[in-house]
Write a protein that binds this ligand. Structure first.
Ligand code: PGA
Length: 251
């Protein structure tokens, strides 16, 4: 059983508005997670346009801020991209990279995801590297091969710095579908990721491995009690303060 503190990260995806976010944050602050969820480090990842608002509202609280993506570049003619130094300026701690929605809708390759992870680290951000298989891949018994390939690109690109990332296993078939991987299914994949990381770094036991995909208050305890599950990446339930707080307390 891992003794590391759990990490619970909310991925707001393309949801929210200034008014909605203010209310959500108010609910999270009232939940007093520093006291009521002492075993969880907590962060939220709003859309880029809300980063300044959210970072201001959470400054000095126990809740950290991250982004849902980051450019692999530092600056320049990359229309629509947002670079690490810009993100850092707003006090963000984390940057999600390689979410399956970006891999599938934006054609992000394993190498681009690895380059984004490298850019995050270069600019003082902790990359949350997402890996995960589709339903077809799982049914073809390719889960291990797919997530292994996705993770290996990051290991090969970062070298020893792999010890500084967070990895999130998010089976694509469990995202937003209400279908959660069973704790045993998730644990099996996490154990494989841990073993792969151990080939690359002596700090593999200290790398937080998050599970994501329909995590809810009623399944969080069992998922988080698996030995290689060190927290969660939460989508839908992160948009409800009570649910997100309950998941943090499950840690
Ligand atoms: P979900 O999303 O919790 O809504 O399934 C998780 C994610 O995609 O990060």
């Amino acid at each position: 059983m891992s003794v590391m503190k759990k990490l619970v990260v909310g991925n707001w995806k393309m949801h929210g508005s200034r008014a909605f976010n203010a209310e959500l944050i108010q609910g999270l602050l009232v939940a007093d997670l520093a006291t009521t969820a002492p075993n969880a480090d907590v962060a939220v990842c709003p859309p880029f346009v809300f980063l300044a608002d959210v970072a201001d509202a959470l400054q000095g609280t126990a809740i950290a801020v991250g982004t849902q993506d980051i450019s692999a570049q530092t600056q320049g003619a990359y229309t629509g991209e947002v670079a690490g130094p810009m993100i850092r300026e707003f006090g963000a701690t984390y940057a999600i990279v390689g979410h399956s929605e970006r891999r599938s809708y934006h054609g992000e390759s394993d190498q681009l995801v690895a380059d984004k992870a490298k850019a995050a680290l270069a600019h003082g951000l902790v990359p949350i590297v997402c890996v995960g298989e589709t339903l077809a891949e799982r049914e073809a018994n390719q889960t291990e091969a797919v997530v292994g390939r996705q993770l290996q690109a990051v290991i090969d690109t970062l070298g020893a710095d792999i010890a500084r990332v967070v990895v999130a296993y998010e089976p694509v078939w469990a995202i937003g579908t209400g279908k959660t991987a069973s704790p045993a299914q998730a644990q099996a994949v996490h154990a494989g990721l841990r073993a792969q990381l151990a080939q690359a770094t002596s700090s593999a036991a200290d790398i937080p491995l998050l599970y994501g995909g329909s995590v809810k208050p009623d399944n969080a305890v069992e998922l988080f009690s698996q030995p290689d599950i060190n927290g969660g990446l939460i989508g839908g339930a992160a948009l409800k303060a009570a649910d997100f707080a309950a998941i943090a307390r499950a840690a």
